[in-house]
Design a binder for this molecule. Structure first.
Ligand code: ATP
Ligand code: MG
Length: 580
């Protein structure tokens, strides 16, 4: 295999291929990465910047990855550079084609396009192997026969130096021969590894002869059975960056201690470029977990309905919940990047989607907890249709048709038999306005045998359309749906998956103990007729109720199911106000 030889400064394919969407959302809030790159460009130290997003295809992407995508694609876009998508596929046992496909779909959905073809670290396996041989020839790598446990034991601790393996001083020829035979599959898993020969007493444990190759007799999704050994992350990442001409290798802080190793390989090997690694803090969000391993557990144990369950913090889950790409990019921007570990309040995520949908989601009425109302002075053949705005401030959203019939549904919560003083909705003898319609008065309450309210008999004041009634004020407005024309819908009321704000805080406890038993409550509602042909993923504000999204799976199967994205209440704005 040949190595593409790219230099950072000049590439003949130019920077023109970066057509990442979302530019309009890429605000200019300063952050240390932007500042750093800007000053490198101003000083001439950098010209074209090239970043990469390097997911491991062992699960679906989550909100933390959205941050990394936003960082890598966003910076490339801002500075006219390029961003590669490179699967970090060195661990075939945990990887799957399904994840590779889902990851690409999520990145596209977020509005980004990688530069050039999809890349795989496994594309570079031949080159990496040649470089491993190079290190062996230079006396900088050796085959070790210690077992994994022994290797750990010999490595020492933070306070004690490590000890050299008895195999550390094998000759070059023997090492080359053993390495080749490892590659061909002559040895069992765990019987040998290739290690760099650096310094068993290095204060940074990552430099105590780190492992370069492990034996694994596994089928690889890209390379099939060609390899019986697989390179470690450390031996793969920096060299892949160098091969691709990555200028800025941006990763999360847990790799900070690996940076000396990243640089050691680049210094020892005849690499075509010298990328630089810069770390930033992982983004964590409270009331959820962002670890693929834990998310996979939720899926495998059927705690949720797959990786894209609307309660999952995965990109596909957020999408199914009703989040928009713009809201997630906005959220990333609001929360910024820094080097200080931080936990973001989930209320900020809610704020980001709420403000998007407030402006962009059409309105609709849907009654979640229906109570029958008979309008006694409306005849059975009464036919009246209110033409009401799709959105109060968006004429481009047109109008929708709300038929009024003798029987309608209202929400049970909008009626009280014995209302407290400030209850401005419906009560016996009291008036309320039907949203976009007339004022009605409750004349009679009919109960069933069990004492539950079954039906309200109300009368319409026909002289109140678009105007106040004569001589009195009616403060309350409630939503409603014609009983004749309304469409039954399933409404899924989602809430946080965990009750504890840091469900995985305690490493020894099971984070599943903190599951919220009411994270999903399903109700049968009645929606206005215009929702009968809601497209999958159509988003609405159900007036007075919240923001909802037509479930992409159910609606495709012809079932009307709406997922609650977020309520109407703006708790983040309140928090901010409180904090002054
Ligand atoms: P997980 O712990 O969920 O498995 P990971 O870091 O192992 O995550 P990768 O597929 O290796 O997952 O991640 C791809 C990129 O996304 C990496 O550069 C990683 O640093 C970044 N990333 C992962 N989680 C976060 C996060 N919470 N915040 C910011 N970046 C993240
Ligand atoms: Mg990883």
């Amino acid at each position: 295999m040949s190595v593409e030889s790219h230099t950072n400064a000049k590439r003949d394919d130019g920077g023109a291929e970066s057509h990442n969407a979302g530019a309009e959302n890429q605000h200019e809030a300063p952050n240390f990465l932007r500042n750093q790159i800007r000053s490198e460009i101003e000083s001439g130290q950098a010209t074209t910047i090239v970043t990469r997003f390097p997911p491991e295809p062992n699960g679906y992407l989550h909100i933390g990855h959205a941050k990394s995508i936003w960082v890598n694609f966003g910076l490339a876009e801002q500075f006219g550079g390029r961003c590669h998508l490179r699967f970090d596929d060195t661990n075939p046992a945990k990887e799957e084609q399904a994840y590779i496909d889902a990851i690409q779909e999520d990145i596209h959905w977020l509005g980004y396009q990688w530069s050039g073809a999809v890349r795989f670290a496994s594309d570079y396996f031949d080159q990496l192997y040649a470089w491993a041989q190079h290190l062996v020839r230079e006396g900088k790598a050796y085959v070790d026969d210690l077992s994994p446990d022994e290797i750990r034991e010999y490595r020492g601790t933070l306070t004690e130096p490590g000890r050299p393996s008895p195999y550390r001083d094998r000759g070059v020829d023997e090492n080359l021969d053993l390495l080749e035979r490892m590659r061909l599959g002559e040895f069992g898993e765990g019987t040998k590894v290739l290690r760099a020969r650096i310094d068993m007493a290095a204060p940074n444990i990552n430099l105590r002869d780190p492992i370069l190759y492990r034996i694994r007799h596994a089928e690889h999704h890209q390379t099939g059975d060609a390899w019986k050994i697989y390179p470690s992350y450390d031996f793969t990442h920096g060299q892949s960056d160098a091969i691709e001409g990555i200028t800025h290798s941006l990763c999360t802080l847990e790799f900070e201690d690996h940076r000396p190793l990243y640089e050691w390989f680049l210094a020892q090997l005849p690499v075509p470029a010298k990328p630089r690694q810069t770390e930033f803090a992982r983004m964590n969000v409270n009331y959820t977990v962002t670890s693929k391993r834990k998310l996979k557990l939720l899926v495998d144990q059927n705690v949720v309905d797959g990786w894209d369950d609307p309660r999952m913090p995965t990109i596909s889950g957020l999408r199914r919940r009703g989040y928009t790409p713009a809201s997630l990019r906005k959220f990333c921007d609001m929360t910024g990047v820094s080097r200080a570990a931080n936990v973001v309040d989930i209320a900020m995520l809610h704020f980001a989607i709420r403000s998007d949908l407030e402006d962009n989601a059409p309105r609709a009425m849907c009654v979640l907890n229906p109570l029958k109302v008979v309008l006694t002075n409306v005849t059975a053949d009464h036919h009246e249709v209110f033409e009401v705005p799709g959105h109060p401030a968006r004429e481009d959203m047109g109008t929708r048709r709300m038929p009024l019939t003798r029987e309608i549904w209202i929400d049970r919560d909008d009626f009280m038999e014995e209302p407290p003083k400030k209850f401005f909705r419906l009560a016996p003898g009291k008036e309320v306005r039907l949203r976009n319609g007339y004022v009605i008065r409750c004349d009679e309450v009919v109960k069933g045998e069990d004492g539950d309210i079954e039906t309200l008999y109300c009368s319409v004041d026909f002289d109140t359309l678009g105007k106040n009634p004569e001589g009195r004020k009616v403060k309350g407005v409630i939503h409603w749906v014609s009983a004749e024309y309304g469409v039954p819908v399933e409404v899924r009321l989602y809430d946080n998956l965990f009750l504890d704000e840091a469900p995985d805080r305690d490493k020894d406890a099971d984070f599943l103990e903190h599951l919220n038993p009411e994270s999903l409550v399903t109700v049968e509602g009645i929606a206005e007729p215009s929702l009968a042909d809601a497209e999958p993923e159509a988003r609405y504000q159900f007036e007075r109720v919240g923001y909802f999204c037509a479930d992409r799976h159910a609606c495709r199967d012809g079932r009307l199911v709406f997922n609650r994205t977020v309520g109407l209440k703006d708790s983040w704005a309140k928090i901010q106000k409180k904090q002054g």
